[in-house]
Design a protein around this ligand. Sequence first.
Ligand SMILES: C[S@@+](CC[C@H](N)C(=O)[O-])C[C@H]1O[C@@H](n2cnc3c(N)ncnc32)[C@H](O)[C@@H]1O
Length: 251
Amino acid sequence: MVRKILFIGVGPGDPDLLTIKAMKEIKSSEVIFWADSLIPEKIINFANKNSEKIRTSSLNLNEIMQKMIEKYKEGKKVIRLHDGDPCLFGAITEQIEILRQENIRVEVIPGISAFQVTASYHQAELTIPDITQTIILSRAGGRTGMPERESLKNLAQHKSSLCLYLSARHIKEAEKTLLEFYSPNTKVIVGYRVSWEDGWTSLINLKDMQKFSKEKKLIRTTIYIVSPALGNFIKPSNLYDPNYNHLFRMS
Ligand SMILES: C[S@@+](CC[C@H](N)C(=O)[O-])C[C@H]1O[C@@H](n2cnc3c(N)ncnc32)[C@H](O)[C@@H]1O
């Protein structure tokens, strides 16, 4: 069997939202690197009590990678846990690149992202025909370089469903920009630590986004889903229309 280090998405917080694959790997691993500021302890508790658990929130990239490579070279089964899905703001590329230089193979296991669980709590479909068929996953500014073509102003012009990660600190400017394109009463789901024991979601109007965030003192682990599809049903999709044939339902 080819040895690998697994990068595993463990979902937004609720351990019941782990995939079976993630659960199996957590149970059988010998060394677990976990982003402890974003992953609840309950998930780590599924691991074998003899496995080594290494918190990464206080380590820098070099420290994490040196330890990971060391444990791998000792012949241990090493896994790296990321919150949500690793492909979204997971900073996995820089880690994988270092492992590649060491000729260490990697596999990535997907997880449920914050926007999915947050939409599900409101039974929301973010792609309603004739309203929007597009979901943008992005952030509003911040310390990490945002290409100008992806500025919030440019993204908002599409008036699609817009999920903003890592944006609570920038919500004042974000609201101002979004109001140039979306109507003030466009619904926004605000989710804080969604699916954690102390987490919650709330449905508000775009014009109240900044005020609400300030009142709730939102700084981190918050997601905003701004969408004209929320609370706005016009007509059923073609999928279940009796006059619409497709591969599995020919008339
Ligand atoms: C570094 S990013 C990682 C995103 C993650 N990979 C995902 O797919 O959800 C962290 C940001 O994701 C969002 N986030 C992650 N988990 C969340 C949760 N349980 N509730 C609300 N927002 C969450 C917040 O915007 C947070 O600041």
